[in-house]
Design a protein around this ligand. Structure first.
Ligand SMILES: C[S@@+](CC[C@H](N)C(=O)[O-])C[C@H]1O[C@@H](n2cnc3c(N)ncnc32)[C@H](O)[C@@H]1O
Length: 215
């Protein structure tokens, strides 16, 4: 899906508390190092323009939100958004979520993982590039605390069904539990920019939620 040009970031904005580079983390780094206060951690993979991070970090000041975004210009854009709102409980890491999950996240350390509208990689030969692959989902099951939640939304039916087949192989992630759509109360009242775009076109969104079992 094409994307419009990004609005220019404010050059004077101090992003030091809101943007980090995954390649510069020292050995032994953990996500808690990014936040001023310890709190339950939620992770969004592929934050795009950062609407989700801005909304939820305001709604839940008692939780920490880590966005991981591989495209540096989007990571910067999302970080600027949360810096402008002065959220101390949200940080964007520029980097590959796959690597961070594999190498940096401790087992049973995360309260929720969110994946919204991941790139569909339409061609079958490109499906291996999809974020929702077996090895990533195994990592999600590993890093989530028992009772923790995994949220996956997409507008691509075939992606939703393919991911469900992979999730069927991971018994620690129980679901899918239904997620009811809700009416937007204002122009930006959507979970993410992609949800807004899809809903404004009156196209369907496939929303699913999974819960990490205690076993
Ligand atoms: C289609 S966009 C959706 C953005 C946002 N979630 C939304 O719903 O508006 C997918 C985003 O995932 C990012 N992405 C893709 N692969 C990634 C990876 N391995 N790690 C982190 N981000 C990734 C892309 O750069 C892009 O910004």
């Amino acid at each position: 899906m094409g994307r419009r040009a990004l609005r220019r970031n404010d050059a004077d904005l101090d992003l030091s508390g809101h943007l980090a580079d995954a390649e510069q983390f020292p050995d032994g780094w953990s996500p808690g190092d990014l936040f001023p206060s310890p709190a339950p951690l939620e992770i969004e993979v592929g934050s795009g323009k950062g609407l989700f991070l801005e909304t939820v970090s305001g709604e839940h000041p008692d939780r920490n939100y880590l966005g991981i975004e591989i495209a540096r210009k989007y990571a910067r854009f999302a970080a600027s958004r949360i810096a402008r709102c002065q959220r101390t409980n949200a940080v964007v890491v520029a980097g590959d979520a796959m690597l961070l999950f594999q190498r940096r996240l401790v087992t049973e350390s995360v309260q929720a993982v969110h994946v919204y509208f991941p790139d569909p990689w339409w061609k079958k030969r490109h499906h291996k590039r999809r974020v929702m692959n077996s090895s990533f989902l195994e990592q999600v099951a590993r890093v989530l605390q028992p009772g923790g939640e995994f949220h996956f939304w997409t507008d691509v039916l075939e992606y939703s069904q393919g991911a469900q087949q992979l999730l069927d192989e991971i018994p620690q992630l129980e679901g899918p539990f239904p997620v009811e759509p809700r009416e937007a109360e204002h122009d930006m009242d959507y979970r993410t920019h992609f949800e807004r775009r899809v809903c404004l076109k009156d196209e369907p969104v496939y929303r699913s939620r999974f819960v990490r079992t205690a076993g």
